[in-house]
Design a protein around this ligand. Structure first.
Ligand code: UDP
Ligand code: MG
Length: 316
């Protein structure tokens, strides 16, 4: 079997040599027939020079050099699309994904898993803010979206060639690699691991980048937030409609036998609330159309067939 390893690299001058040594010795130890692709995502330090000398010393190592910094999702995509192995493993190049686990990933694959996902164990030294925000994000996302995200699941994953082939067909521009692989499906195994410290350098995911990633995950994987306000509007309209009707009968038509004494301002407020509700509802309806465009515009395949476990299936 041939194992493709893909690792995105952005300004990892401090870590890349040590990481490469660790990775290659792990791959050699297990006697894998491997190809290793480093995707240089527009590094601005001397990462590329270091990568080139690494590749010059090892024929199995390839470098994909992106023309600028596109971001990790795109670097990973580029690496995966150009992989030719029977399975492909993606791993961060900063040393945070322990190479010692690669053997476990491959064993799971050999035992029939098509997707093997590294799940980060709770990281004690993670800041309070980061823990709270990630908790809130997962709770919010999973309550809204039909496609669930597993907390702590990472890009440290191995996918079978059949999954990779499907991945290559997904054309969307705004993409989260993890979300797409989750969407593809097939038999999945999770492997828990402790995140190591970076070998050197510093993480390039700032809070603002993380926020953008969170919002992107939400909008690219589910249109549910669009409906949220429509539903609020519906509730407001229904409640104010009932109150308005009660006022109309009790006070305006029957002359206030129960002495509710609604002032003109109060009646006006109820009326305005009713209209606000209607506006929100109409926005919600509009959102349903936008959501359809959103889904259509991605041009994803309607379904994916597990050929290996189908009988009599012929590809057209
Ligand atoms: N990375 C990349 N492009 C970027 C940012 C990061 O290819 O624009 C790579 C980086 O070199 C590393 C991996 O993606 O191998 C994860 O990045 P980082 O360590 O900054 O993120 P974190 O570990 O916080 O998720
Ligand atoms: Mg990292």
């Amino acid at each position: 079997m041939k194992l493709s390893v893909v690792s995105p690299v952005f300004n990892e001058s401090d870590s890349i040599n040590k990481f490469n040594e660790e990775l290659v010795s792990e791959l050699n130890k297990n006697n894998y027939n491997y190809e290793l692709t480093y995707v240089n995502d527009g590094s601005t330090d001397d990462t590329l020079t270091k990568l080139k000398s690494i590749a010059n010393n090892n024929k199995r190592i390839k470098i994909l050099n992106l023309s600028r910094n596109f971001g990790k999702e795109y670097a990973l995509t580029a690496g995966l699309i150009n992989s030719e192995g029977d399975c492909a493993l993606s791993i961060d190049s900063d040393g945070q994904h322990p190479t010692a686990l690669i053997d476990d990933f491959v064993s799971s694959w050999e035992n029939g898993s098509k997707v093997v996902i590294g799940v980060r164990k709770k990281y004690k030294s993670e800041s309070f803010v980061k823990r709270i925000t990630s908790l809130v994000f997962y709770a919010f996302f999973n309550s809204l979206s039909k496609q669930k995200l597993i907390e702590g699941s990472t890009d440290f994953r191995l996918i079978d060639k059949s999954v990779l082939d499907e991945f290559k067909k997904l054309p969307e521009n705004e993409r989260i690699t993890r979300g797409l692989i989750d969407w593809i499906g097939f038999k999945t195994t999770y492997i828990k691991f402790n995140v190591s410290n970076r070998i050197g350098g510093k993480p390039s995911y700032t809070y603002s980048k993380l926020l953008k990633l969170a919002l992107n995950s939400l909008t690219s994987l589910t249109p549910a937030p669009l409906f949220f306000f429509g539903i609020i509007g519906l509730v407001i309209t229904c409640i104010s409609f009932v109150i308005g009707l009660a006022i109309l009968f009790e006070q305006v038509l029957l002359g206030d036998p129960m002495s509710w004494n609604f002032t003109g301002t109060a009646m006006l407020s109820i009326f305005i609330l009713f209209l606000v509700g209607i506006i929100l509802v109409s926005q919600g309806i509009l959102s349903m159309y936008v959501a359809q465009i959103h889904t259509e515009s991605k041009r994803r395949p309607l379904y994916i067939i597990d050929k290996e476990n189908s009988i009599g299936f012929k590809e057209k």
